[in-house]
Ligand binder design. Structure first.
Ligand code: GLA
Length: 381
């Protein structure tokens, strides 16, 4: 992949680029908890975006999206939202840098990769991450890691308009081979945990239903949680977010909640607890109980938080019937994209065949399967 991107760069701009690479991610457990100051458990994967880039001594940037075969020239003195979707992740990063007084000089670039788009594997965060990291290197801005993560996240919040949490950008920066991170999104303290699943491995099943977080449902969930915190504050004035609340506290004041807001809060509070429990199970190599938490998480995401869809529910219900699958749930923002499954190695291919056929019979097309490996975060190559 690196070679293809570098070749294209040379073909377009007749000079040699610097190369950078940022990964997509999985999230073991802890969904929709990041923007509630809670806990998440992501890992970077062996699917990534590669960027070939060089400064060009002008105030113009020439961008080329390899996979989309789409190009754009922009004037860096005037950063404005573009009506194509992909440039906005890059323009957002430039805008966030400029707001902080870091002026990006003219550059030429080609980028591309193998993170499927809209599959919930955070291709957008990888794109923001790789550009923030590259700009910092090429200009010697000396921005620290945490600030770079915030810049990447804020590119999406302010410019793209998805009020996402910090998980995806954090892990694209901080991933480590064979390790996942338990991240406390309130303090940004984190701990690497070995992901050793013994006879099991992680398989993603892509519904091929493209989710679009910008569609508004994601931002709506965020508002519903804020509403929940407002109600809770009337009874517990010291709380700041759903992270500060236990399930008993919620139950005590349940009658003051609109049904939907109660369901959203219940899910988030329970999911935070599940991340803690799952971390313990993984550490003690209790893979069965670790997997059980995945099923519970899915149940909450589907019934209480309501960010699943028919296809995701179908996949989870179907693998549940297989002894070889000890955990499964929808992953990422939801409304489409992938499920994450813990599958016995010896049965992996049989499970894929069976689930693939069942899915095809019901929805008229096969899902895609990805065997993912856990890899390092962003780097120069
Ligand atoms: C998207 C967002 C993340 C997180 C997940 C859900 O991937 O970018 O910040 O909220 O959804 O867990």
């Amino acid at each position: 992949m690196e070679n293809k991107i570098a070749q294209k760069f040379i073909e377009l701009y007749h000079t040699k680029p610097a190369i950078f690479k940022a990964p997509g991610r999985i999230n073991l457990i802890g969904e929709h908890t990041d923007y509630n100051d809670g806990f998440v458990f992501p890992a970077a994967i062996d699917k990534a975006i590669v960027l070939a880039i060089k400064l060009n001594n002008s105030n113009k940037a020439r961008l080329y999206a390899y996979d989309l075969k789409s190009e754009l020239e922009i004037n860096l003195d005037k950063i404005e939202k573009n009506n194509k979707e992909w440039p906005n992740y890059i323009l957002g990063v430039i805008d966030e840098l400029q707001k902080r007084g870091f002026n990006v000089n003219g550059f030429d670039c080609v980028f591309g990769g193998d993170i499927p788009l809209g599959a919930g594997l955070s291709s957008s965060a990888a794109l923001e991450t790789v550009f923030t990291f590259a700009f910092n290197k090429l200009h010697n801005f000396n921005i620290n890691f945490k600030e770079m993560i915030t810049i990447s996240q804020m590119a999406e919040v302010n410019f793209v308009g998805v009020k996402c949490g910090i998980m995806d950008q954090f892990i694209s920066f901080s991933g480590k081979k064979d390790k996942a991170i338990i991240l406390d999104c309130k303090t940004l303290e984190y701990e690497y945990k070995d992901v050793d699943l013994a006879d099991y491995s992680i398989v993603l099943i892509d519904t091929l239903v493209k989710h679009s977080l910008a569609s508004g449902e994601y931002n709506l969930r965020r508002q519903e949680c804020e509403k929940g915190v407002e109600i809770l504050k009337q009874f517990y004035p010291k709380i700041y977010s759903l992270r500060d609340v236990g399930i008993e506290q919620l139950e005590k004041v349940k009658s003051h909640f609109p049904e939907i807001i109660y369901k959203r809060c219940k899910y988030v509070i329970e999911e935070n607890k599940r991340v803690q429990d799952a971390g313990g199970f993984l550490e003690s190599a209790d893979i069965e109980n670790f997997g059980q938490k995945f099923f519970e998480s899915h149940e909450g995401l589907s019934k209480l938080y309501e960010v699943s869809c028919t296809e995701l529910d179908f996949l989870v219900e179907n693998v549940k019937k297989q002894d070889a699958v000890i955990g499964a749930r929808m992953m990422g923002g939801g409304f489409g994209g992938c499920t994450i499954n813990i599958v016995k190695n010896s049965q992996k291919e049989a499970v894929k065949t069976l689930i693939g056929e069942n899915y095809n019979q019901t929805f008229g097309h096969f899902p895609k399967f990805y065997d993912v490996k856990i890899e390092d975060g962003v780097k120069s190559i």
